[in-house]
Design a protein around this ligand. Structure first.
Ligand code: VTB
Length: 332
């Protein structure tokens, strides 16, 4: 398969395309970093969206946003169905231009910019509802945890598979009242629980990386974030299960319309969320579990990104040094 960008024949598994994606998340991170700690989450998000949208203009694909900023009437850019890219092979795109807008506004850990790419039709078309999620890392027996099991059962089975005492198992969960019972049960079973305020894509990835000291991520968060997390989990070889959660019939009907012929209540495996070959890139805005945040310097900025491909399973951490004297928004 050709990897030349000049003949516009990228395939989703192409190595060079992964590096193109880093430029996209870097651009969004640099733009939103201007707003770090300023208490203005909408401005931070807007800056990320605009920079990301513009950066896609240089990527030689015919992309369609399937996970984005919302429906066309509620988002000016990167809305669901929007076409992005400079032309080329058809691909579906999932974005969260600023995952953790509050984290950025408050200068708290784990804000990052996120993009994932798949062949057409391979991402779940997730409505903006909650999704129950469970993630564990690679090299564990298939089905070691199950979204339908009690958290205590999952933690016991995971401890056994990891060959460690349950007291040394670390669960990571969003700090929300809806998770109180799960957290209490996990602690009663002996596990440690690391809570975080926003940004469950980073937490899901952390569960797949041994360096993070997170063994399992569980709980409910945004469904679109679940699809992005799944793309990343695919690349690491980890396991993930999920289920859409609906507050009313209207939400369920929306899910049905977005994925015709599929039962919206079904248990979702990793490949139901992100199938085929996928690419993933994230750049840190504020430092966190995974990535260092943008460091702004006198004449530019430094970025730290994670780029991965499911085909090779290679995880690449990329440091960027951007010169504002030659590029106003930091990337070519
Ligand atoms: C998570 C998290 C996001 O929303 O999906 C969370 O990843 C879930 O929603 O960063 P609630 O805040 O309603 O619990 C965010 O925190 C914000 O989009």
């Amino acid at each position: 398969m050709s990897v030349s960008s000049s003949d516009a024949s990228y395939h989703v598994s192409d190595r060079n395309l992964a590096l193109e994606l880093v430029r996209v998340t870097e651009a969004a991170a640099i733009a939103s970093s201007h707003w770090t700690g300023r208490g203005q989450k909408n401005e931070a998000d807007g800056a990320a969206v605009e920079a990301m949208r513009k950066a896609f203009d240089t990527v030689t694909i015919d992309g369609t946003v399937v996970i984005g900023e919302g429906e066309m009437d509620e988002a000016p850019m990167l809305y669901i169905g929007e076409k992005v890219g400079a032309g080329g092979p058809e691909m579906d795109i999932a974005v969260d231009p600023l995952e953790g807008t509050n984290l950025c506004a408050k200068d708290m850990p784990n804000a990052m910019t996120v993009v994932a790419l798949a062949e057409k039709g391979k991402f779940l078309h997730a409505p903006d509802v909650y999704m129950d999620k469970i993630v564990v890392g690679p090299d564990l027996p298939e089905g070691v945890v199950d979204i339908e099991s009690l958290i205590t059962t999952n933690l016991k089975n995971l401890a056994k598979a990891l060959g460690k005492d349950i007291r040394e198992v670390n669960l990571c969960a969003l700090d929300r009242p809806r998770h109180e019972e799960m957290i209490a049960r996990a602690r009663e079973a002996g596990a440690r629980v690391r809570l975080f305020s926003d940004g469950d894509v980073a937490a899901a990835i952390a569960a797949c990386l041994s360096t993070s000291q997170v063994d399992i991520f569980a709980g409910s968060g945004g469904a679109p974030e679940g699809v992005l997390a799944a793309a990343a989990v695919r690349c690491t070889g980890g396991q993930m299960q999920a289920r859409l959660l609906f507050e009313d019939e209207e939400q369920k009907e929306r899910a049905r319309k977005m994925n015709p012929g599929r039962d919206p209540d079904r248990k979702l495996g990793l490949h139901d969320l992100a199938d085929g070959e996928v690419l993933f890139s994230a750049t840190g805005v504020t430092s966190g579990f995974l990535l260092k945040g943008v460091r702004r310097t006198k004449a530019g900025a430094q970025t730290h990104s994670l780029v991965m491909r499911s085909k090779s399973g290679t995880l690449r951490f990329v440091e960027g040094i951007h010169n504002f004297r030659t590029k106003t928004w930091g990337v070519s």
